[in-house]
Design a binder for this molecule. Structure first.
Ligand SMILES: Nc1ncnc2c1ncn2[C@@H]1O[C@H](COP(=O)(O)OP(=O)(O)OP(=O)(O)O)[C@@H](O)[C@H]1O
Ligand SMILES: [Mg+2]
Length: 402
């Protein structure tokens, strides 16, 4: 039986992965990984905007990993067109009536604002039978996204084994070893952030925010009049943190001096202060401080949006509060993100990588780095690469794909 190929349609690229056995510690062997970049706008927040380009990129990624002919695709999708939630169906309804009942109830409107208006494909997984009825997991995907995915897959002449919410793939690939019973996973990507809550192996709810790393880069580029590339570099090197003005002793002293002059009405003194050269070191320190403040504000904004969603789920729906939060997605690699999320939510927060051992072979070679301390054959898979493939790896592990 050909192993399925996990596929993630990310905004920055198509990521594909093939997995092999999972060992007793729960670590899955990842045999092949491949990635083909997409241009900004090809996929936005999980929506396929440029079907032909996406299909070409997918076909190329599958060629790159020499995907076996008969291997089906296990596709993970996220965004407004995809939703998951737990619902109770009264015992009066027979299984054949469940979907109709859910459609007619306000469940679909609650699932996602898009699914409210778009004809959606609904699947229902029974989880538990209680005195009142059945607890079911409801997953919905808009017919538009479904048909776009089918069109893209058709070009590759491959069968779709399964399409699932990307959050479900993430639960499979990275949440298993967590000590937390109830965990929230925040996948901070480029064009969107997916927030999912899982209890044990079950996904309880999923929501998304149409903002991620791209928003941060764009704001920095605009504010500091720099290229997108420079802004992206900046957010990876600066640290999102509260800027302590006193920490910039030199600059602070200068600022105090200018402040003193400003209070003085004597034009001559003010003129003299102006003549005083600003130390280039002070100017650089000020620029870094301004950039750090701007970066921190954007990171905090995103964190606050994520926290608000979690809090409203708990408050309005009686969802269980998380024991911990896992941040994944490369947009979440901005230094300081984990600490600030922890301060905001007051539960343990950590970065999450897939429980996967990515084989260093000809397929992974373009994505792994030489370990400078090791010998010529010593390669390592950077954690950013592991994060990059977390969704595709989880999708490839779907147990029902045959
Ligand atoms: N080291 C880093 N530090 C900070 N940000 C980073 C780093 N590496 C990548 N990013 C940012 O992460 C974002 C890409 O994240 P990711 O690869 O998870 O997105 P994606 O899966 O392609 O998109 P999406 O999930 O939104 O569809 C980009 O905005 C990029 O600038
Ligand atoms: Mg992503």
């Amino acid at each position: 039986m050909a192993k399925p190929i996990g596929v993630d349609f990310g905004a920055t690229g198509i990521k594909v992965a093939m997995t092999d056995k999972t060992d007793r510690k729960g670590v899955t062997k990842v045999t092949r990984i491949g990635r083909r970049p997409l241009e900004d706008g090809d996929v936005i927040a999980g929506r396929i905007q440029a079907k032909k380009k996406v299909a070409t990129a997918l076909a190329a990624a599958l060629d790159d990993i020499k995907a076996p002919k008969g291997a089906p695709l296990a596709i993970a999708v996220g965004g407004e067109d995809v939703a998951v939630t737990l619902r109770m169906i009264p015992a009066a309804f027979k299984p054949g009536e469940w979907v109709e009942h859910l459609r007619n109830s306000k469940t679909m409107a609650e699932l996602s604002p898009t699914l409210r208006t778009v004809d959606a494909n609904i699947s229902v997984v029974p989880l538990e039978r209680t005195a009142n009825g059945h607890v079911v997991a409801v997953a919905g995907i808009s017919r538009k996204l479904l048909s776009d995915i089918e069109a893209v897959a058709a070009v590759t002449k491959r069968r779709i084994g399964i399409i699932e919410p990307s959050a479900a793939s993430l639960v499979r690939s990275l949440a298993r070893p967590l000590v937390h019973d109830v965990a929230v996973i925040a996948d901070i990507g480029h064009s969107q952030t997916i927030i999912a809550c899982r209890k044990g192996p079950d996904l309880l709810w999923v929501e998304c925010i149409p903002a991620g790393g791209k928003m941060i880069t764009e704001v920095l580029a605009q504010q500091f009049k720099m290229s997108q590339e420079d802004a992206a570099q900046l957010k990876a090197t600066l640290h999102a943190e509260d800027v302590d003005d006193d920490a910039f002793g030199k600059y602070d002293a200068h600022e105090r001096a200018v402040g003193f002059m400003e209070d003085d009405d004597d034009e001559d003194v003010w003129g003299k202060a102006n003549v005083r050269d600003i130390d280039p070191e002070d100017a650089a320190a000020q620029a870094e401080r301004d950039q750090t403040k701007a970066l921190t504000a954007r990171v905090d904004e995103l964190i606050d949006d994520i926290a608000s969603i979690i809090e409203s789920r708990i408050r309005d729906e009686g969802a269980p509060a998380p024991d911990g939060v896992v941040i994944t997605g490369r947009g979440g690699l901005v230094p300081g993100t984990v600490d600030r999320m922890q301060e905001r939510l007051r539960v343990p927060v950590h970065g999450g990588l897939p429980m996967a051992d990515i084989a260093v072979n000809k397929f992974s070679r373009p994505y792994v780095q030489r370990d400078p301390s090791g010998g010529s054959k010593s390669y390592r898979v950077p954690s950013s690469t592991q994060r990059d493939f977390a969704v595709a790896i989880g999708a490839a592990q779907h147990p029902q794909v045959r």
